[in-house]
Design a protein around this ligand. Structure first.
Ligand code: ZN
Ligand code: ZN
Length: 338
């Protein structure tokens, strides 16, 4: 089969690789219908995270079940399925409390930009749709695999409530999905921080009420201007840099909450400052599996359309162009079809 391998920063290739096999009775093999490049894939691509030995890439996927291990009874060959980037058994103590992304048997996906993928913990991870969805719905279902689930979690972690004011830091796919989530959860005012016209447009389409293009302390000052000088109730931090985290914490009012879902890179929080800010802080990898049934329903009913974040579709063979276009911010998110 054909599969994506990163060799070094900036060096992404599609190569021949052996087809995956069932290794454990809880595994499944899927034939990939669509996969994509994630903002987090850009960290090693940009050399901001060590690459190490050449290795496969990709953690977002929808596909058709090819084969299941003997302990997988919830899905069967031929079904269209969606799964999270973090696999989970859905039965351990953490899963039962709704924290599937901290499953005691968790395995992170990392081989999805390929024609076939082995899904560990398939019994607890994969959710099948009743029917094969139409082609138009595939991008939005793919978004549920990570970015929509992560945006949803960002909004819940930031405790977005009906009538509240939410700020979204980051105009990548997760931030844009965070706008969708804030709207669904009833935020009255949604301020998207973005300086890119195409992303501003999509944020407004998804429900943002205001756009702030300033960054850093200037951006914080604009948020204060828009919120009676006190800051926002909820801030969704969807980037993961020291600057974006500082911006998020400073833009939140005392008693407000920051949900942080950008994987932190060299982020340090000042304990004394956090103490006096009276801001609540919660984040981490999204328990996407918890939200999947609800989000799949919202997509299938046409209520939300997070697939609009994919503004570039390429055959898997051109995966390198997908990374390049996202790195150069020519594309928000690249969808790949094997
Ligand atoms: Zn991702
Ligand atoms: Zn578990």
């Amino acid at each position: 089969m054909r599969a994506t391998v990163i060799h070094a920063p900036g060096d992404i290739r599609v190569e021949d690789a052996p087809e995956p096999k069932i290794l454990k009775p809880t595994d499944a093999i899927i034939r990939t219908v669509a996969t994509c490049v994630c903002g987090s894939d850009l960290w090693p691509y940009r050399g901001l995270e060590p690459v190490g030995d050449p290795h496969p890439m990709g953690h977002e996927y929808v596909g058709i079940v090819e084969e299941v291990g003997r302990e997988v009874s919830n899905v069967k060959p031929g079904q269209f399925v969606i799964g999270s980037f973090a696999t989970s058994d859905n039965t351990c103590a953490n899963c039962q409390k709704g924290w599937q992304s901290s499953c005691l048997n968790r395995e992170f996906m990392g081989t999805c930009q390929a024609e076939y993928v082995r899904i560990p913990n398939a019994h607890g991870t994969l959710v099948a749709t009743d029917e094969h969805p139409s082609d138009e719905l595939v991008p939005s279902l793919l978004a549920v695999s990570d970015v929509m689930g992560t945006g949803w979690w960002a909004a819940l972690a930031a405790e977005v409530k009906p009538g509240s004011t939410a700020v979204v830091v980051g105009d990548g796919a997760v931030g844009l999905c965070g706008v969708i989530a804030a709207k669904e959860l009833g935020a009255e005012r949604i301020i998207a921080m973005s300086r890119h016209e195409s992303r501003q447009k999509l944020a407004l389409e998804f429900g943002a009420t205001d756009i702030v293009s300033e960054r850093g302390e200037d951006g914080v000052a604009r948020i204060k201007d828009l919120t009676n000088g006190i800051g926002a109730d909820s801030v969704l931090e969807c980037v993961g840099t020291a600057e974006s985290m500082r911006q998020a914490l400073h833009a939140t009012r005392p008693g407000g909450n920051v949900g942080f879902v950008g994987i932190p890179h060299e982020v340090a929080v000042d304990g004394l400052e956090l103490f006096f800010s009276q801001v609540g802080l919660r984040g981490g990898p999204a328990p996407v599996r918890r939200y999947m049934p609800e989000l799949i329903d919202l997509v299938l009913s046409g209520h939300i359309d997070p697939g609009k974040v994919f503004d570039l579709t390429l055959p898997l063979e051109q995966v390198a162009e997908g990374y390049k276009a996202m790195d150069e911010r020519r594309a928000i998110k690249a969808l790949l079809t094997p």
